[in-house]
Design a protein around this ligand. Structure first.
Ligand code: NAP
Length: 305
């Protein structure tokens, strides 16, 4: 089996690429910085023609912070869609037996849902704070459904919660939420600060996926024939922001105090994915322990300080 990882320089892509290589898979990667711009149909077509994959992981993405996806809403929406439009068209023109595996972020759920159940995924608008990004992922689902309907192209779509772990950017402004908190707390420790400020009350509950679990699921998707309507990856288990901050404090051995700046508004009280269908799909899946995941991430950033 030949595997192509699109976006193999990103947080998810790099971790997946390394794991596939270590496991002995025949894998190649591409991304814009390695010379393939997926916004250009010809480059996508040539990349597929040259690499001849049986499976493509579609991990190339244009995203960023809430502020970023709002400021660049048009580019974020159209780039994400355009990359996938090019991918499906090129696969159809070259070899419709190629299977696509692609993760969607759970921010594509309706803004109002607290426990996110698959049946309700499209049952309401994406939250305005992530409208462009969330809707671009929903659009890729519609695309996969139409290509399956007309041309029989197989896609495995899966919804993931916010992810943390080693291998993400070192810049707190470009990393994902939990990793950002770890970077900032290590920074506070380095500067000898005696307080770490969490924005808001710390009460909101969030589910987090540890990177190794994310990658394990992507690899297990190799044995799934097709799954257009996505299943959640998750365990219906959340942690309050305050609890996560305390776990990070323990893992960093930060001696200062955690304080909550309630001038900042909290987001939704709860965002947890319903893991019932996931349990049925991957019966023996064991999730990584949250504190151990934080410890490993702290080690990763400490080594790079
Ligand atoms: N990270 C999470 O918490 C999370 C959670 C759920 C789902 N997901 C999904 O997982 C996927 C990957 O996320 P990520 O966090 O790994 O993203 P990321 O770190 O931002 O990486 C994005 C990747 O896309 C590539 N890329 C962007 N524009 C490109 C273009 N025009 N042509 C070619 N390559 C391009 C980048 O390549 P260059 O750097 O070379 O430009 C990079 O390799 C996304 O679909 C995301 O929605 C992520």
């Amino acid at each position: 089996m030949k595997i192509l990882v699109l976006g193999y320089t990103g947080f998810i892509g790099e971790n997946l690429f390394n794991r596939l290589k270590n496991d002995g898979y025949d894998v190649v990667g591409c991304s814009r910085s390695s010379g393939v711009d997926l916004l250009d149909y010809k480059q996508v077509y040539n990349c597929l023609k040259d690499t001849k994959p049986n499976v493509v992981y579609n991990l190339a993405s244009h995203g960023g912070s809430m502020h970023y996806v709002n400021s660049y809403a048009a580019e974020v929406f159209s780039d994400n869609l355009q990359m996938s439009l090019n991918l499906y068209k090129a696969i159809n023109n070259l070899d419709p037996t190629i299977k696509i595996i692609q993760p969607f972020s759970n921010c594509s759920y309706p803004g109002k849902s607290d426990i996110q159940c698959e049946e309700e995924w499209l049952d309401g608008d994406v939250h305005p704070s992530v409208f462009s990004f969330g809707n671009s992922k929903r659009s890729i689902f519609y695309l996969s459904k139409c290509y399956k309907q007309q041309y029989g192209i197989r896609s495995v779509n899966i919804l993931f919660p916010n992810t943390y772990g080693p291998g993400d950017s070192l810049d707190p402004n470009h990393t994902h939420a939990l990793n950002g908190m770890i970077i900032r707390m290590l920074e506070a420790q380095k500067n000898g600060e005696n307080q770490f400020v969490v924005w808001g009350t710390g009460a909101p509950i969030r589910e987090w996926a540890y990177i190794d679990d994310f990658i394990e699921v992507l690899i297990r998707c190799l044995s799934i024939e097709g799954q257009e309507y996505p299943v959640n990856m998750g365990q219906t288990k959340g942690h309050s922001i305050a609890d996560s901050a305390l776990l990070i404090k323990k893992a960093c051995e930060f001696e200062g105090e955690i304080v909550f700046d309630t001038k900042y508004k909290d987001g939704d009280p709860m965002k947890v994915v319903d893991g019932t269908q996931f349990k049925e799909l991957f019966k023996d899946f064991v999730f990584f322990d949250h504190y151990q995941g934080i410890l490993k991430t702290v080690e990763y950033y400490k080594e790079r300080k």
